[in-house]
Design a protein around this ligand. Structure first.
Ligand code: UDP
Ligand code: UDP
Length: 463
């Protein structure tokens, strides 16, 4: 028995991830990290529709998994949809979040029959779980799936009302507290732009803020060495601290089933590697909605760039232009299935990632030492893209044809930046930088000595 095991002999952690891939995956990795310590038990809550994904992901662990029925009577939400990546439109996101509150009585009934809970990590979108934790007398930490940079810059911007000043959406505003950072109104979702309480989205946001302020802290999927300035800024403010325990993707196990047939895209990457070719991986996460017109433009840009590419698209995205896949077949493939993105990024042939900069994708790319071509689309992705290209300089940015932060990307602009990332001088620089940051990332999760490992130990000890 090592010294730490006696500290944790009776620790029971409840995890309740939000029902979207980007928010569930890192919490399942957190379950693994907790279970690597002796004496810890973990219970994960989910819904019946997400149960197969959650149980498959944790099948080789001792985590207990409890499904809570998802309400089926919500007029806006098609029955059977239990995950935001299955919503017919992102405009249903707020009703979806609101609907989760109906799970509260069943959740609390299950809590009653569980062994004593030491603490809970639940998603910010499940704001109501704080009430349950208070009823049962255990602390709750929130999880937002955001990094320290995005958290602290958003906070600084709100506190200093920076977005109220400029008339124009594209005027560069200097962030008080981080004077080297310039942002524009377009880096933010509309709810940040109007301080008046207004509409369902704002009310949900306020409910999240209020429940976070009464929580024990915030679990952050990042590591201190990469975001020190931003984490310190946040943590010197008040009692709701950021706890950096990532990058959580590093807790993902090495593939167990070695004798399973490789998916066709991994076989394809193997062939490219043998032929000595490097590949650009292209994927925009599980939520982004991309117009048919934009998809065709991406296809043209990739075709004209002449690089090798593996492009993962969602099933609903089919319009890539006539004959595209046939014309590029020797150097590009399009995959319309759920892939193991981490396995792809870790493949030796993959040397660049055209990404929407969802925070998980950013971290996975960094940990795999793959430089990023940033194309932010929604949520806090524009801030993640600034962090990637301006702060730690592990990536470049796609040019918007109108010079705006969220806008249309023309094939010529895409082609130019793809070539720059894969073959150009600035591409070389960011490639060098990402290797360095990858080294730091791996160190942060080293057992018993890394900063993130020790932070999680400290949290367990405190609670
Ligand atoms: N992902 C995956 N396979 C896919 C699509 C996505 O493994 O086919 C994973 C990806 O590795 C990441 C998560 O899903 O862990 C997506 O999260 P991210 O924050 O990058 O974007 P979001 O989907 O939330 O926009
Ligand atoms: N899945 C989920 N929530 C849902 C539906 C499916 O987590 O509401 C899981 C499913 O088990 C699978 C993964 O998401 O492992 C990818 O699903 P995909 O989008 O490929 O759809 P499917 O082919 O499973 O219907």
């Amino acid at each position: 028995m090592d010294a730490s095991s006696s500290l944790v002999a009776t620790t029971h952690v409840v995890l309740f991830p939000f029902m979207s891939k980007g928010h569930t995956i890192p919490i399942l990795h957190l379950a693994r990290l907790l279970l690597r310590r002796r004496g810890i038990t973990v219970t994960v809550f989910t819904t019946p529709g997400n149960l197969p994904f959650v149980s498959n992901s944790l099948s080789d662990t001792d985590a207990s998994i409890i499904p809570i029925p998802f309400p089926q009577n919500i007029p806006e939400i098609p029955s059977g949809v239990e995950s935001t990546d299955k919503l017919p439109s992102m405009s249903l996101f707020v009703p979806f979040c609101r609907a989760t509150k109906q799970m509260q009585p069943d959740f609390e009934r299950e809590l009653q029959s569980l062994p004593r809970v030491s603490f809970m990590v639940s998603d910010g979108f499940l704001w109501w779980t704080l009430e349950s934790a208070s009823k049962f007398g255990f602390p709750r930490l929130g999880f937002f799936g955001m990094g320290g940079y995005a958290s602290s810059v958003s906070r600084a911007v709100s506190e200093h009302l920076l977005l109220l000043g400029p008339e124009s959406e594209d005027e560069l505003i200097t962030v008080t507290s981080f004077p080297w950072i310039g942002i524009t109104k377009r880096d933010f979702e509309p709810i940040f732009l109007n301080p008046e309480p207004k509409g369902a989205r704002f009310e949900l946001f306020m409910d999240q803020v209020i429940s976070t302020l009464s929580s024990y802290g915030i679990i952050v999927n990042s590591f201190y060495e990469m975001e020190q300035t931003f984490v310190d800024y946040y943590n010197q403010k008040d009692q709701v601290k950021l706890w950096c325990v990532g990058p959580l993707c590093l807790a993902k196990p090495i593939k167990l089933a070695k004798n399973e047939p490789k998916p066709f895209w991994i076989q394809w990457l193997d062939e490219k590697l043998e032929a000595g070719c490097s590949v650009l991986y292209v994927a925009f996460g599980s939520q982004a909605e991309i117009s048919a017109e934009q998809l065709k433009e991406i296809a043209k840009g990739l075709e004209d760039s002449e690089v090798n590419f593996l492009w993962v698209i969602r099933k609903t995205e089919s319009e890539l232009g006539d004959g595209f896949e046939e014309r590029v077949k020797n150097r590009g493939i399009v995959v319309r299935e759920w892939v193991d993105q981490w396995e792809i990024l870790m493949h030796q042939s993959v040397q660049g990632f055209l990404s929407h900069c969802g925070w998980n994708s950013v971290l996975e790319s960094i940990c795999a030492a793959v430089p990023i071509l940033a194309w932010p689309m929604m949520a806090e992705q524009p801030l993640n893209a600034r962090m990637v290209s301006e702060e730690i300089k592990v990536g470049l940015r796609v040019d918007m044809c109108d010079g705006k932060v969220r806008g249309f990307v023309k094939s010529e602009g895409l082609k130019k930046m793809v070539k720059e990332l894969m073959e150009g001088e600035t591409g070389k620089e960011v490639r060098k930088n990402v290797k360095e940051v990858a080294g730091m990332a791996n160190k942060a999760l080293e057992e018993s000595s890394g900063s993130s490992w020790l932070t999680l130990d400290l949290l367990i000890k405190e609670l």
